[in-house]
Design a protein around this ligand. Structure first.
Ligand SMILES: Nc1ncnc2c1ncn2[C@@H]1O[C@H](COP(=O)(O)OP(=O)(O)OP(=O)(O)O)[C@@H](O)[C@H]1O
Length: 361
């Protein structure tokens, strides 16, 4: 396993002279630590697969370098990069048994039989494939075949990294749930650097220690699931992560106050005077805004509907033209179509042109 450095890495499919704004991957510099579990998360077309393909060597970058443990591997072919890959669809040999499939990447590299047998046994055990080891792969279900692909990706202990590209797409929803947690456990057990591409936040947050969120060809935040939830660095992270996503509301902000619709909301930090030309918004997760009976000190909202999620209820409300979601506190029953909103100031963030502004404590 290796530490991976991306140095000013960027990719254009329209020639290197194309304007930077049109690049599928805008320049990114970051370090992924040895043995880390990373998820690349973002909607379709944001550049996740492009970044993964640059790391694997399937695509040659328009600019920048990729280092594995400090060594520039940018000019190397995929084969020479010493990585394992798991794709959306099973890549296995139907004519071989499950055991032979798992052993293949090891035998291919001349590993001694005793070591191959031990590692195949370990991986089959971790993926619940032991009862199938002597069965031909051809007769197995799509789910089982994809498990074999996962096993083939994980069987080598000497790889710089294991790259997963939406590996649970073909898996049945019930098994998907189990495999998500299993992959996390496998990461702990096997101590490999893993990079997992997905557009599914649950998959990313379950699997990864560090989630790298991408939007429009840019890495907009890299952090733990808790960091992404508590302190989104970009409004996109706020509403893409969480269900419902973060409320983003246009506001005027100065000092310790945000003004929405003429109503003042207190802020925990001091924001001084923000640039006049910037688009200023506040962001607050629905979990940190409560509906309350209308009162003169509270921002007034029109209730559009209540979503009952079992453990928690969210009111969908409107303030002027802006839609928000707010928590219905336990024991509170909504009556009428107007409510007051109570903001928890510790969780109200300020954004200028979509980027988090760090106030002063
Ligand atoms: N080989 C290619 N040639 C030209 N454009 C490409 C190529 N591959 C990707 N793109 C473009 O680059 C952008 C990023 O695509 P990419 O596949 O990396 O995104 P993604 O986040 O992985 O999306 P998806 O989940 O849909 O694959 C998109 O606009 C896509 O159309």
């Amino acid at each position: 396993m290796a530490r991976i450095d991306l140095v000013d890495l960027a990719q254009s499919y329209n020639g290197n002279d194309a304007p930077l704004e049109s690049f599928a991957l805008k320049p990114v510099t970051m370090t992924w630590r040895q043995g880390g579990a990373y998820a690349l998360l973002g909607p379709s077309g944001c550049g996740k697969t492009t970044l993964l393909n640059l790391i694997s060597g399937i695509v040659t970058p328009s600019r920048g370098q990729i280092l594995f443990d400090g060594k520039d591997i940018t000019p190397l072919s995929t084969q020479k990069r010493n990585i394992a890959q798991v794709f959306q669809f099973p890549v296995i040999y139907d004519t071989m048994t499950v055991g032979e499939n798992l052993a293949f990447p090891l035998k291919n590299r001349g590993i001694a039989k005793a070591e191959v047998d031990a590692r195949v046994k370990q991986i089959a055990g971790l993926l619940d494939l032991t009862p199938y080891l002597n069965r031909k792969a051809t007769r197995l279900t799509a789910d089982a075949k994809q498990k074999i692909s996962l096993g083939r990706g994980l069987v080598r202990s000497d790889v710089a990294a294991v790259l997963f590209d939406e590996p649970l797409t073909v898996i049945d929803p019930e098994l998907k749930w189990q495999l998500r947690s299993k992959l996390k456990a496998l990461h702990r057990e096997l101590d490999l650097t893993m990079i997992y591409v997905t557009h599914d936040q649950t998959e990313a947050l379950t699997f990864a220690d560090t989630v790298v969120v991408m939007h429009d060809g840019r890495v907009v935040q890299s952090g733990t699931p808790a960091e992404l939830f508590d302190k989104p660095a970009h409004t996109f992270v706020g509403y893409f992560i969480g269900s419902p996503g973060m409320n983003i509301v246009p506001a005027e902000v100065s000092g310790h106050e945000a003004r929405i619709d003429g109503h003042v909301i207190g802020l925990h930090r001091n924001y001084g005077v923000l640039p006049k030309a910037a688009k200023i918004e506040i962001g607050v997760r629905p979990e940190f805004v409560d509906v309350a009976p209308p009162a003169s000190g509270l921002l007034s909202a029109t209730i559009e509907r209540i979503d009952d999620l079992g453990r928690i209820q969210f009111a969908r409300v409107r303030v002027g033209n802006t839609k928000l979601a707010a928590r219905v506190p336990p024991g509170f029953s909504v009556s009428g179509d107007t409510a007051g909103l109570v903001f928890n100031p510790a969780y109200v963030h300020v954004y200028a042109d979509s980027h988090l502004v760090e106030g002063v404590a």
